[in-house]
Write a protein of this length. Structure first.
Length: 81
């Protein structure tokens, strides 16, 4: 989840860390505040940033990267089996 105030460099570092531990599939989606009792959204990430994260992930060796505002961990899971 992005949109909680993370820096681009932090997201890219997480990608590197995941790849270093053998992760092959990554999903990146927009955090959406479920209720007023939950943490507020710090930023609505632009679709171009999600596209950049997908390209970065693929260039780092992930087999599959799903990246977009409505992406969740099970997003199109059947494609990655």
């Amino acid at each position: 989840m992005v949109g909680l105030g993370e820096a681009k460099e932090e997201v890219l570092q997480v990608m590197d860390d995941l790849r270093a531990h053998g992760c092959d599939v990554m999903t990146i989606g927009q955090y959406l505040q479920p209720t007023p009792m939950h943490l507020a959204v710090a930023e609505f990430v632009h679709p171009e940033v999600f596209a950049m994260y997908k390209e970065e992930g693929l260039s780092r060796g992930f087999d599959f990267v799903e990246s977009g505002p409505l992406v969740r961990s099970s997003y199109h899971a059947e494609r990655h089996l």
